[in-house]
Design a protein around this ligand. Structure first.
Ligand code: ZN
Length: 198
């Protein structure tokens, strides 16, 4: 069963669209000449449309749909960790606990490290971070649309600090109430201005 936008999300999205904060995408917002890393929620109802659009953007700039995808429940919302400046310490502890946990049946993945490895392996310098609505993970956490986008930008800052030099752009995929899927670019400056004025 697919989800539907809540009335609150729908209202927030329409308001942001009218304020031109959500900008329908044409792909030029990110340098994708070498393809790019995609971080998204794994949502089984929305992923195909989201990745099909992303492939169109990439193909317009790159020789092929060169997309290195990380998809998990909640996507970029899982990157909104605090204390990114203490990452060096966290990584030391992570390596220690990884050794132990992987001998106790727990598969351990460090998400920023995966993206950093992809950047090196595939020689990709750009990452597209996606949030989407309606999102089962976000609804499960009690997050409305505005909060999801706030967290999307917190994730962007974390990615930039964890992987110095990477270019990151933020997008929102929306399945509107009438069934139309749309992909929107969200600029951080515009979003902060919009949120401050609300
Ligand atoms: Zn989702």
């Amino acid at each position: 069963m697919g989800l539907y936008l809540t009335a609150r999300d729908n209202e927030q999205i329409e308001r942001a669209r009218k304020a031109l904060v959500l900008e329908e995408v044409d792909g030029y917002r990110l340098d994708r000449q070498k393809g790019g890393i995609l971080n998204t929620c794994a949502d089984g109802d929305q992923f195909f449309d989201l990745v099909t659009k992303e492939a169109e953007f990439v193909k317009a700039r790159c020789n092929g749909a060169r997309i290195h995808t990380f998809g998990w429940n909640g996507g970029a919302l899982r990157l909104t960790v605090r204390g990114i400046r203490w990452r060096w310490l966290g990584l030391m502890l992570f390596k220690l606990f990884q050794l132990i946990l992987e001998r106790l049946g727990v598969a351990v993945i460090e998400l920023f490290g995966e993206a950093a490895a992809a950047r090196t392996m595939k020689n990709m310098d750009t990452a597209a971070l996606y949030a989407h609505a309606p999102c089962g993970y976000a609804y499960g956490q009690g997050l409305d649309f505005n909060t999801v986008v706030d967290r999307l930008f917190a994730a962007k800052e974390n990615v930039k600090q964890a992987i110095p030099g990477i270019k990151v752009a933020c997008f929102v995929h929306v399945r509107h109430l009438d069934g139309r899927p749309r992909t929107y670019f969200v600029s951080r400056d515009n979003w902060l201005r919009y949120r401050a004025a609300a």
